[in-house]
Design a binder for this molecule. Sequence first.
Ligand code: SME
Length: 159
Amino acid sequence: MSEELAIIRGGKAEQYKSLFPQIKALVGDEKDVIANLANVSAALKEAFNFFWVGFYLVKDDELVLGPFQGPIACTRIQKGKGVCGSAWEDTKTFVVTDVDAFPGHISCSPLSKSEIVVPLLKNNQVIAVLDIDSKELATFDEVDKQYLIELCEWLVTVI
Ligand code: SME
């Protein structure tokens, strides 16, 4: 696998569809969690130019910052707190069109305006969340939700 992504510019669905085989090739048969989450963060950031892409990992009943791409971020998040903690507690994906309208949103950067958080489930337990932030309002929709859930469902099989 060459360490360069072929980025398709166009509709979001086409971008995700072209990106996923490349991510799968990049991961290959690597089993190291940190390496894989780091490369997935980088690939999503590079393909979509998102403001912040990263993972929080469930450790001792807290979410702890894991591999990410973007500005520095909060290190620990409690269950039920913010968008990430809510996605963990409710075991569901949150698409937030305006972070200022989300009660309890944790602002790691004032530049972040919208966000999507997808839980990663193993044996029905949340083991991590994928968090993506945008500098624009309403960046994420049902298309992002569908493809990012698909990505996370695959990702838990290789970490
Ligand atoms: N805004 C998130 C916290 C994580 S940062 O966006 C990287 C939240 O409310 O959970």
